[in-house]
Design a protein around this ligand. Structure first.
Ligand code: FE2
Length: 261
């Protein structure tokens, strides 16, 4: 028996079989370090700002456009600090970490990256989706609030809201309802949809309406981290109070930008 095991034929078969087993093992290192080839990314227009896209080379945390205590009509100072300095920063840091071996992806704007998720290697795709989305959503969020905000909408958006929803009060009710109905974490938005109409939509987690072909004109963050310190489980109170800091000037600029195709 021992002689049979040491025979040249058995040794040769064992050697070939070993080669086959080794060649079938997944090479994870090679997969994760190969920069994704992006032949022709879907073009993306600016959404983070009215006049420019959001860079990923590297992603950077934008400063708050006002002091952290400036929105106290709706959001307390500590919530603003933790929300911006920790939550938003972690989306930025996690995105840069996910993209560290992906020079081709870093060349894309955040908007283009979210429209070309299929070009992102599968092993980092979900991290890119969550963290690029989180970076984009919060960048928009800080801008559409202001210490001098609140009150009735002004300018062209006021007219468009009245035409679409009947009145500002109706619009506010429907927006708040959609924010309350979002189960778990996510966002409520006023968008211009692909048909060119104003529409209230809600997205889960850190998804952004651009993934559905819509332009986000304004949005409210309904993750618990956005309101829990002051409002605890009373999301509806947060949604109601939030209108006291809505920046209608910036929302008008975004509404105008949404009309550019
Ligand atoms: Fe948030």
């Amino acid at each position: 028996m021992f002689k049979l095991l040491k025979s040249p034929i058995v040794l040769a078969i064992t050697f070939v079989f070993s080669l086959l087993v080794v060649s079938c093992q997944p090479n994870e290192t090679a997969v994760s370090q190969t920069p994704a080839a992006i032949p022709s990314p879907v073009a993306a227009r600016p959404v983070a700002y009215v006049d420019r896209t959001l860079s990923a080379s590297p992603a950077q945390l934008p400063p708050l456009p006002y002091p952290a205590n400036a929105l106290s009509k709706a959001i307390d100072t500590r919530t603003m600090q933790i929300h911006h300095d920790r939550h938003h920063k972690s989306y930025v840091d996690n995105l840069n970490s996910a993209l560290k071996d992906q020079p081709n992806l870093q060349k894309l704007s955040i908007e283009a990256m979210l429209l070309n998720l299929n070009a992102v290697p599968e092993n980092i795709r979900q991290r890119v989706r969550n963290n690029a989305g989180g970076h984009l959503n919060h960048t928009i969020f800080w801008q559409i609030m202001s210490p001098t905000g609140g009150g009735q909408p002004t300018g062209a958006i006021a007219q468009a809201i009245n035409q679409t929803f009947g009145s500002f009060e109706n619009f506010r009710k429907q927006f708040n309802q959609a924010g309350s109905d979002r189960f778990g974490s996510g966002w409520v938005w006023l968008v211009r949809n692909p048909q060119g109409q104003l529409q209230i939509v809600s997205t889960a987690n850190q998804d952004n309406p651009i993934s559905e072909g819509s332009y986000p004109i304004m949005g409210n963050d309904v993750w618990e981290h956005a309101y829990y310190l002051r409002y605890q489980n009373r999301r509806a109170d947060y949604l109601n109070n939030w209108w006291n800091v809505v920046n209608w000037g910036e929302i008008n600029r975004r509404y105008q930008a949404s009309q550019q195709r």
